[in-house]
Design a protein around this ligand. Sequence first.
Ligand code: UDX
Length: 445
Amino acid sequence: MALRITVIGTGYLGATHAAAMAELGFEVLGLDVVPEKIETLGAGRAPMYEPGLEELLRAHVAGLPGSSGRLRFTTDFAEAGAFGDVHFVCTNTPQKHGEYASDMSYVNSAFTSLAPHLSSDALVVGKSTVPVGSAARLKRLLAEQAPEGVELAWNPEFLREGFAVQDTLHPDRLVAGVESERAEKILREVYATPIAEGSPFVVTDFPTAELVKTAANSFLATKISFINAMAEVCEAADGDVVKLAEAIGYDERIGPKFLRAGIGFGGGCLPKDIRAFMARAGELGADQALTFLREVDSINMRRRGHMVELAREALGDAGFLGRRVAVLGATFKPDSDDVRDSPALNVAGQIHLQGGQVTVYDPKGMANARRVFPTLGYADSALEAVRGADIVLHLTEWREFRDLDPAELGRAVAQRVILDGRNALDSAAWREAGWTFRAMGRPKA
Ligand code: UDX
């Protein structure tokens, strides 16, 4: 009989994983302790903006017209325990308040709540991003609190926001931290479709599986901070970091991806993951190995301050006081409504605190931005945001912004000055329309 799957925690990762598992043909029960989330998902609505997710929910959530009925949701751990053969734990691990380490309380409480309800042949699979050593500790927790026979596996998730469905259904690789052949066999069965389609399946021990995730994110963060360090040098030497990235990217060992210089990385993963990784390495006495990550973090944070400085410089002596600053973009990257640790919103906030009259527009992130930063000004379109502006800052590279007509915007602003914090706009087109155009790590004109 086909395996039955539960997904514990239906946030970003869990909601996508649950929908993807139903799409792969499994009967799935998603659990969350927040009843509103369960209600939203149960009605076939995605709790966040993620391309393709709502379509999957509508195709599978039980009770919706024409759905497969394979996907249901609950808040009841006893129901989850009785339902599933395989239980994926997808709760989040945010950065602890005022510390670098990650907060494991949601993962811990998911395990504690689920453990007594499990059947003795259940496999619990951790997917959350956790400090190395957590799986070993959670295995001991299960040994104490779950029926004998329950097993643990660790199967980190690498999905990107905006591509979450695609990354889940067609992963670059699958990593299985297992301690038995049976656990490996079950995971191979769960992922039979992507494996058949060519996704590599890497079998390893618990600590390596946990580390693969933090190492991958640290490498990506390092790549971005490397190119941003080059942007600093390019600016000092009047070079062009975009050309430089193109040229080094042709070397297959380097590759062209993740070499976009700009205001740096944000979001719910990269910043907190590199900090948690440093904290954990410190606890293990291996912190020297990761000291470079401190530099990766500080280069990244410097980019935001640098954007603010470029804007101040462009406005001249009077600085921001009483000046109108239009900010295009609030989310940490395009095709997402996520504003967690968003460089764009951080820059907008800094300028606001320095007396600028900031007006923000973002295609999908307005509700979240208003919630976390209610004191900023907001507009309903790019054109409205730039009306009367002394300077325009392009801070998240949405397609909509690349498609803007510089001539039309030029007629709305007080001064035609634009700073491209993402190196994504067509500088020639803006300059042709009479704009002073400045980008990061590129020659002034
Ligand atoms: C990231 C990892 O890519 C993913 O594998 C992991 O599972 C979770 O963390 P995500 O947070 O969705 O995914 O965003 P990603 O696309 O990696 O971008 C992160 C940040 O880096 C964004 O703020 C983006 O604007 C920035 N970035 C990315 C750059 O500044 N330059 C680049 O070249 C690429």
